[in-house]
Design a protein around this ligand. Structure first.
Ligand code: GRF
Length: 215
């Protein structure tokens, strides 16, 4: 039985699209059963509908409190028999109550090599600090923002001519590979949370390193 996944979005939904594409493979252990947005104008809603996926907008502004909004989301998720929630550019902070409902079953993708650069404007901050490697992280969601056991990371070089836009585009390309990979591992039951660490069954060792600059 494939795991039923909900992608939570607020905007263009390019990571959602990468999950939908990956899930088309008959061997992929999950299906994207629902797309949920807190913004009715999120471009990703239309993309999902074009793919034949049910897409629901719950405008957070229509709810008096964060809790009420989350209870409405939870109802929709339960009504669709969702097993796994993937935050994919979902721009609302979640309460500990909601996070607890999905403990060990909710993932987030963040455009930085966590625990560096939690929060917004990650590419600007990486450039300002002069780091030579930057990247993306998929992690389990816990109450702290951009915290939680790390499942997978992708690193990219930071080049001298980079702007936040060019660096962000390089990171995003990797995000689109990384999120399907992490979801596949979770849906296949290959992940075990051990304190702050995620242990992965059947991983292979590599001696290679990504070194930047690559001259
Ligand atoms: C991505 O950079 C993701 O890492 C971050 O929000 C952005 C969402 O982009 N959490 P998209 O909507 O998936 O295109």
């Amino acid at each position: 039985m494939k795991k039923r996944v909900a992608a939570l979005i607020s905007g263009r939904g390019s990571n959602m699209t990468s999950l939908i594409a990956a899930a088309k493979d008959p061997a992929f252990p999950a299906q994207i059963a629902l797309v949920l947005s807190n913004r009715p104008d999120a471009a990703g809603l239309e993309t999902a509908r074009r793919e034949g996926i049910e897409a629901v907008a719950l405008d957070h502004k229509a709810y008096a409190t964060r809790e009420e909004f989350e209870r409405a989301m939870q109802e929709v998720l339960l009504a669709h028999n969702i097993d796994i929630v993937c935050l994919a550019g979902f721009m609302r902070l979640l309460t500990p109550w909601f996070v607890e409902q999905w403990s060990g079953k909710m993932l987030n993708i963040h455009p930085a090599l966590l625990p560096l650069y939690k929060g917004l404007h990650t590419h600007e901050r990486a450039l300002a600090d002069g780091v030579k490697l930057h990247g993306a992280t998929v992690h389990f969601v816990v109450p702290g923002m951009d915290e939680g056991p790390i499942i997978a990371q992708a690193a990219v070089p930071v080049l001298s001519a980079d702007t936040p836009e060019t660096l962000g585009a390089r990171v995003l390309q990797q995000e689109h590979k990384l999120y399907p990979l992490a979801l596949r591992l979770l849906a296949a039951g290959a992940l075990q949370i051990d304190g702050a660490r995620v242990l992965i069954t059947k991983e292979s060792a590599t001696t290679g390193a990504l070194i930047s600059p690559d001259l």
